[in-house]
Design a protein around this ligand. Structure first.
Ligand SMILES: [Zn+2]
Length: 317
């Protein structure tokens, strides 16, 4: 797993205002080939260091390259996906375990996380938010309103919710089939942050190579800092007509010959009764309601997430 070229450290930059305020952490390149956040943070750091922008209150921490091995390799993972199964361990097995041992305590020292990503397929930017206020076991929170207000300040119009809940249902399905699976595997940066009592938003800024993605990331950072009154920028207006999409079901691939009925785009609209895919034995997988197909994965492995179903949500209304 380690050779002499494997990175041995993380670069963490911090700026403190002289007045009390929120402790904000911003991550780039949690996935190594998603560099829009890295570029945006580099630009922001230069602006702060040159005096062009001031942090007046609170603390801003930036980690431009959160997975330096994956970044060095210019791919999503180093040894594994850093944004899954995020926890501390006394016996690190891979590079990402080492990063988690630094990142988890760092996240816990903060109140607010903005995690900057990009995606593979064409599409518009969107923000992933956590569960509404609830006292359940999977993702309890009492700070959903703060998280929603932050998300609606970022400058994007599309919002996705229901990730961990839906993931937990997928794990139950897998267990029912006798496959070993853990809900904790669905825990990444934002879930870790919320479990520590903070608020967190993942912003998917556009396609990996989209030239506008770094600008989307940069604006979202400036808007977040302004929303939290940490800079002298005017507070951004909340988005007026948000499109809110709730993931409600994840379907695993069960056989290598399971196939999609067509080449789906992520967030492609589907109507009730649409045939989405065929199992290897010909059984049709049909949309049970109007909504969207999300994150279809042509290269999904057996017993891994193949696609998600989503429906309109009344959140943020
Ligand atoms: Zn990502």
């Amino acid at each position: 797993m380690m050779d002499s070229s494997t990175p041995t450290g993380l670069s963490v930059f911090q700026f403190a205002g002289l007045r009390q305020g929120p402790k904000v952490i911003i991550l780039g390149a949690v996935h190594g080939n998603e560099t829009c956040g890295t570029e945006a943070l580099k630009r922001l750091r230069q602006e702060i260091e040159s005096g062009e922008l001031c942090i007046n209150r609170g603390t801003l921490t930036m980690v431009p390259v959160t997975n330096p091995l994956a970044y060095q390799l210019q791919r999503r993972h180093g040894d594994r996906n850093l944004n899954r199964n995020m926890s501390r361990t006394d016996a690190p097995q891979d590079f990402e375990d080492l990063v988690c041992n630094v990142l988890c305590p760092l996240l816990e020292q903060h109140d607010v996380l903005l995690d900057l990503h990009s995606f593979q397929a064409p599409g518009i930017p969107f923000a992933l938010i956590g569960a509404p206020n609830n006292v359940g076991d999977i993702e309890p929170t009492s700070k959903a309103k703060q998280e929603e207000a932050m998300a609606m300040s970022l400058g994007v119009n599309r919002f996705v919710e229901g990730w961990l809940d839906t993931y937990a249902q997928g794990v139950r399905d897998r267990k029912a089939r006798g496959v070993d699976a853990r809900v904790d595997y669905g825990v990444g940066t934002t879930e870790t942050m919320r479990r520590g009592g903070g608020i967190a938003v993942t912003l998917e800024c556009g396609q990996h190579d989209d030239a506008t993605a770094p600008e989307t990331a940069y604006k979202a950072i400036r808007n977040t800092l302004a929303h939290l009154e940490m800079t002298s920028d005017a507070k951004p207006e909340l988005v007026r007509n948000p499109e809110v999409i709730r993931l409600y079901r994840v379907i695993d691939r069960l056989h290598s010959d399971d196939v999609f009925s067509k080449k789906w785009l992520s967030f492609e609209k589907i109507t009730q009764g649409t045939v989405i895919a065929y199992r290897h034995d010909g059984v049709e997988l049909v949309a049970d309601r109007d909504g969207w197909i999300v994150f279809p994965n042509n290269t999904a492995q057996v017993n891994q997430e193949w696609f998600y179903l989503a429906a309109q949500s009344d959140r943020l209304g």
